[in-house]
Write a protein that binds this ligand. Sequence first.
Ligand code: AN7
Length: 352
Amino acid sequence: MSDSGAGLISRYQARLALPTSVKPISLQEGSTPLVCLNSLCDPERGIVVYGKVEGANPTGSFKDRGMTVAITMAAHEGSEAVICASTGNTSAAAAAYAARAGMKAFVVIPDGKIALGKLAQAMMHGARVIQIAGNFDEGMQIVKAMPDEAPVTLVNSVNPYRLQGQKTAAFEIVDSLGRAPDYHFLPVGNAGNISAYWLGYSEYHQTGDLDKLPIMVGCQAAGAAPFVHGKIVADPETVATAIRIGNPQSWDLAQAARSESGGWFVAHEDQLILDAQQYLAQREGIFCEPASAVSVAALISALRESAIPDQSVVVCTLTGHGLKDPDTAISQSPEPLRVAPTLGAVRDAILR
Ligand code: AN7
């Protein structure tokens, strides 16, 4: 299973239950780094923390795992066009994999609330970008109905092939650690990913490849926390635009992941999320996007509250690359120093 040069479908074919005749549409996604987050480990208490760096995927987020399978199957079934609603990353992945498959992509995005890098990707890969004067949840309702109106295949995570692809991240973690973590922290928006991880861990457990299942901790932004409130949020708002979602489609699956694993949902304020993003960038050298940092914000809080027992192994999924959202990064950083182009001026800037 460790042929890391190949894409997910060829690496995990037997676990994906796809027809043997499929021709994979792949960008060699997956096989992402599982990096020890040294500054969050606590050797005295025997706590070890890893980040699963999903920003290392071809389009810079975990969405590539689901999209390779969804687009492969759409092509296999003869579809010529795909559609999704997206807070950004799904549209980037759909656009890229559709381009590779020679298919058209239509992406429905919320007005003005999509990070610049993601918009650039969708546009550059030639997707038809349809911006609605509404939010992700409204876009989702529209695209779900679209296959009845136009010849398009829906590739949001309500498409079951998406979760099939995304469950491979759990396989990779177990393959690499030789076990599951005790705790798995990950951001939750539309809730496909937490459902997919739980599916992956559970399948490995059923086949005897895993003894002990992890406790799943679903992390949300305070202004977009339907799972913490136990109900739909009508007007979700957060700086972490990727998870600015109030009506998650995989509600029941995510609730099952929480209850079957003995886990919990938690939400944090935007400032804490940005602090965690900066912490990871400056202490660990890993630049993830704000939505990804919510998992680290939640872990830092849990460690402070001593909610993580001694001898625990913890994984945080870092779902997307920081370069996706340059505006948010720059707006929380100091301005560059502006100096004359001389040795003296640059030396003074260094010694200042
Ligand atoms: C970086 O792209 O929903 O709970 O339309 O981009 O599976 O939705 C993105 C979600 C976490 C949440 N981190 O995952 C979309 C979209 C990042 C994300 C999530 C998203 P889900």
